[in-house]
Design a protein around this ligand. Structure first.
Ligand SMILES: [Mg+2]
Ligand SMILES: [Zn+2]
Length: 182
């Protein structure tokens, strides 16, 4: 069986407005261009979400809150015929020094196994330098979005010498560039 190509999606600030530890459904707001962008990418790629959710570890919301909120997003996307195959979430704090918090690559290994993914032909899209580092660690193409926290992290990106393949302020434009490069 030939391997699949995947888009690894950060969630907060990438697919939805980053409202700092949001977990209430009424606070869920899909960012401009996301639905359209996912629709054009879906012809060539499968989708998974990879998200750091330290709000769980901090006790800001429960695991159940997280699942309710996340399932609602998946349902909204489903209604647009967009399929998210799985959500990989890290509930830990940075201080926990776990193996699953981006930019650590435990989830990369799981994604490759779970979906028979060709990771070198896959992409990571996110709004934080750790997303880009995560994608680079995996050998993926990377998209840095300035839609969430991305804007304020642009300088950090430069100083860390992290070079995303694509930098964009709009998910749909980023999606089009991915398709041009693939
Ligand atoms: Mg983010
Ligand atoms: Zn973790």
């Amino acid at each position: 069986m030939s391997k699949l190509k995947a888009i690894l999606l950060d969630r907060d600030g990438t697919l939805i407005e980053d409202k700092n530890y949001a977990f209430k459904i009424e606070d869920l707001e899909i960012l401009p261009g996301v639905i359209e962008g996912l629709k054009i990418l879906q012809k060539e790629y499968i989708f998974v979400i990879v998200t750091n959710q330290s709000g769980i570890g901090r006790g800001y919301y429960t695991l159940e809150d997280f699942h309710n909120f996340n399932n609602y997003l998946i349902e909204l996307l489903n209604r647009e015929n967009i399929k998210i195959l799985k959500t990989y979430y890290c509930p830990h704090l940075r201080e926990d020094k776990c193996e699953c918090r981006k930019p650590k690559t435990k989830f990369i290994d799981e994604i490759i196994k779970d979906f028979n993914v060709n990771i070198k032909e896959s992409w990571m899209m996110g709004d934080h330098p750790s997303d880009i580092q995560f994608g680079m660690n995996a050998g993926c193409g990377t998209v840095f979005l300035t839609t969430g926290h991305g804007d304020k992290h642009l300088d950090e990106l430069k100083s860390l010498e992290i070079k995303p393949t694509i930098i964009s302020d709009n998910f749909l434009n980023a999606a089009k560039k991915i398709l041009q490069l693939d």
